[in-house]
Design a protein around this ligand. Structure first.
Ligand code: HEC
Ligand code: HEC
Ligand code: HEC
Length: 398
């Protein structure tokens, strides 16, 4: 599509720009397109894929290095069909397979917001993938199989809030981008939607009927978790999910409620939805005997915050037994949390969790993970704790 002269920021309606800002937060555009905070949306962040690194591009309105020369049509085609202005196919690391659900009005608003940002010079490094994806036109075949274009029709059996929630979860908020496993061509496996998937060393757990959560995720609890980053009956949102909740803290309340309503309906069939164990598991006495070294480590490094009765717990932080990470079928999240710590949730004040990667060696991290699983759950030991530690050590996600 032809290049245009970047439109004057003043030519866009103020309300449209404000709507676009909310939508950009829902889509977390800045999350992927910002490598350095001082250069918002200027790209350069590398996304690891099985085929190599895909670099997010500069989407500021800079005429040469960004998308300043993109018309409204060129922009809409990129979000709906994954095709760049010059006609090249974009890689699905850019979640256009979700963004395609955005309405024309939403695309208009996103365009207005992006075109009124500060233009920043500088191009992202060039993406060079291995294997069949080294050749961009191959993506056309991928799209034929995997791209279901355009907004979803409302389901009249469901409430307006549920329909809005579905439109966002399946669309701009692209929750499946992390929570749905992918096939060997990098496409989300729709027959396993929201079944849980590995993502940059972390694990985005199932958020459907297969959820391993021990306490029910109701629409209210999900709302608080998504809005503040801390679910009082579960745990804090760690790693990549922390970023998602920090963005959701800034969007209209009704949208976050709608997402919560829809996700609660996905999780309605989960085991925890049917039984709410009020008393957390704590097998302290048995575990202390079986894992004396880890018990000492926990007492020294973790108990000041996590032992029931610690000041942090008295402020209403959830019991360790209630967080989903310890109940997942792999150790990735638990290991990643211990090694990388937790930045402050969007809505909470008070203690955050320090990163222990430099304070503990691999064997100590392993001992602690085994100890937590044995003490706070009634599940069997994890199979490959060492592998999860190796993944976290080389993980690119900070
Ligand atoms: C999960 C990460 C991710 C998110 C979230 C994301 N993008 Fe991107 N985007 C990418 C990557 C990676 C590319 C480069 C793809 C390629 O090189 O083929 C890209 C490319 C693009 C392009 C094409 C630009 C060009 O120069 O070719 C546009 C336009 C774009 N994104 C807009 C957006 C908007 C608007 C949002 C928010 C609604 C958004 N992106 C959210 C990862 C992301
Ligand atoms: C960038 C990847 C990513 C995206 C996008 C993402 N998630 Fe997550 N999500 C994760 C990871 C990783 C975890 C586990 C983090 C942890 O243990 O705190 C998680 C955890 C969760 C949990 C907690 C589950 C539990 O039982 O503890 C919920 C609920 C959730 N996500 C919902 C969503 C919703 C809804 C969206 C879309 C609005 C979304 N996620 C988008 C990566 C992501
Ligand atoms: C300075 C206080 C502090 C210390 C010390 C600390 N944590 Fe945390 N930890 C937190 C906070 C705050 C959270 C987030 C709230 C939550 O999720 O319960 C958290 C969350 C966690 C979680 C995820 C929540 C869950 O239920 O799964 C795990 C696992 C965890 N910590 C393990 C540890 C271990 C192991 C140690 C010792 C090596 C430790 N923490 C030391 C403050 C701390």
């Amino acid at each position: 599509m032809d290049a245009i002269t970047p439109p004057a920021p003043a030519s866009f309606d103020r309300y449209l720009v404000a709507e676009g800002e909310d939508l950009a937060k829902l889509g977390n555009c800045a999350g992927c397109h910002t490598a350095e905070p001082s250069r918002p949306l200027a790209g350069g962040r590398a996304m690891p894929t099985p085929f190599g690194k895909v670099f997010a591009t500069n989407i500021t309105p800079h005429a040469e290095d960004g998308i300043g020369a993109w018309s409204r049509e060129a922009f809409g085609r990129a979000l709906r069909r994954g095709i760049a202005r010059n006609g090249e196919h974009l890689y699905p690391a850019f979640p256009y397979d979700h963004f395609t659900r955005a309405t024309d009005q939403e695309l208009e608003a996103l365009y207005a917001w992006l075109m009124t940002r500060r233009p920043i010079a500088g191009r992202a490094p060039e993406t060079k993938l291995a294997g069949i994806f080294g050749f961009r036109p191959v993506v056309a075949a991928w799209n034929l199989i995997n791209l279901d274009e355009g907004p979803l029709a409302d389901d009249r059996q469901q409430s307006p809030s549920w329909n809005r929630g579905r439109a966002l979860v399946e669309g701009l908020a692209h929750c499946g981008g992390c929570h749905t496993p992918r096939d060997r061509f990098g496409a989300e496996d729709r027959s396993h939607a929201f079944d849980g998937a590995r993502i940059e060393g972390w694990y985005a757990p199932p958020i459907n009927a297969r959820s391993p959560a021990v306490r029910p995720w109701t629409a209210d609890e999900l709302y608080v978790y998504l809005r503040t980053g801390l679910g009082p009956m579960h745990a804090a949102a760690a790693g990549p999910m922390g970023g998602v909740t920090r963005a959701l803290a800034q969007v209209p309340d009704t949208d976050v409620r709608a997402i919560a309503v829809y996700v609660a309906s996905l999780m309605a069939g989960a085991p925890a939805a049917r039984q709410d164990k009020a008393e957390p598991v704590d097998r302290l006495a048995d575990v202390q005997r079986a894992h004396p070294e880890a018990a000492t480590l926990f007492a020294g490094a973790c108990a000041t915050c996590h032992e029931p009765g610690a000041p942090m717990m008295q402020q209403g932080r959830p019991h360790l037994a209630w967080g989903t990470p310890l109940h997942e079928d792999n150790a990735n999240d638990t290991i990643a949390i211990i090694m990388k710590g937790l930045v402050s949730p969007a809505g909470a004040t008070g203690p955050t969790m320090p990163a222990f990667a430099d304070m503990l060696d691999d064997r100590q991290v392993q001992e602690l993970a085994v100890y937590l699983r044995a003490r706070f759950t009634d599940k069997p030991p994890w199979a490959d704790v060492g592998g999860a530690i190796a993944e976290a050590r080389q993980g690119e996600h900070k």
